[in-house]
Design a protein around this ligand. Structure first.
Ligand SMILES: Nc1ncnc2c1ncn2[C@@H]1O[C@H](COP(=O)(O)OP(=O)(O)O)[C@@H](O)[C@H]1O
Ligand SMILES: [Mg+2]
Length: 217
């Protein structure tokens, strides 16, 4: 469970203070499927980064499974990030020279973990790319590349998947397929939080958090 309580995020830009988030509170329970929507610059990415322990709030707190993350030191934070959270981005960030299999395995190397090849292949199968494991990213479509990024995000068995505009670079059909994949992962029990500009997709999640000028509407 993720608890976000009265968080504020202020960035310092030169002499200017930018209030990216103001007084945001919500709870994401296990199995939730939440979308975060709002205009460009409304604080969506900032919020997702805070939930994902990639940054810390200026005020308020975030608890993940009861642990306040602002109070954690970097090594422990890194462990939470690796063990509990999977991240997917709009730009897939795959390594061009590596195969699908190798790209998906990368987080295991960073986490110094081992998984059986069968298990890794079953995750790749889950995202529908079993026939592509030895392909490199340049041999894949945008939708397939995002599937690889999703498989990579799942490799450490996270409790929550965070996706920042995962369909932002995809055409309608691929967007639909990626959304359906996220939906099926959620139906399988995974907590999923996505940022999306697409109101139709947002409307199909269990809950919508609307941001405007850093505030919840
Ligand atoms: N690292 C940063 N330094 C300064 N300002 C930032 C930084 N990151 C984001 N901002 C500002 O915070 C606000 C929210 O940004 P962001 O969370 O990226 O919005 P969104 O994802 O909704 O487009 C914007 O005004 C943006 O310019
Ligand atoms: Mg953003």
């Amino acid at each position: 469970m993720i608890e976000v309580k009265n968080i504020e995020k202020v960035y310092q830009r030169g002499s200017e203070r930018v209030y990216a988030l103001k007084d945001i509170s919500f709870i994401a329970r296990k199995g939730d499927f939440i979308s975060i929507t709002g205009p460009s610059g409304s604080g969506k990415t900032t919020l997702l980064h805070l939930i994902g322990c990639l940054d810390k709030p200026s005020k308020g707190f975030i608890k993940i499974d009861g642990i306040e993350i602002e109070k954690m030191k970097e090594p422990d934070l890194l462990t939470v990030r690796r063990q509990k959270i999977g991240f997917v981005f709009q730009h897939f960030y795959l390594i061009p020279g590596l195969s699908v299999l190798e790209n998906v395995m990368l987080p295991l190397i960073f986490a110094r973990k081992k998984r059986d090849l069968d298990e890794i292949i079953s995750i790749i199968d889950k995202v529908g790319l079993k026939k592509r494991i030895y392909h490199t990213p340049n041999q894949l479509s945008g939708g397939e590349m995002q599937r690889v990024a999703i498989a990579r995000a799942l490799i450490n068995n996270p409790e929550v998947l965070l996706a920042d505009e995962p369909t932002g670079n995809l055409d309608t059909e691929n967007s639909e397929n990626i959304f359906e994949l996220l939906n099926s992962l959620n139906l399988g029990g995974l907590t999923v939080i996505i940022v999306t500009h697409n109101p139709e997709l947002a409307g199909r999640t269990k809950r919508i958090i609307k941001l405007k000028d850093g505030k919840m509407e």
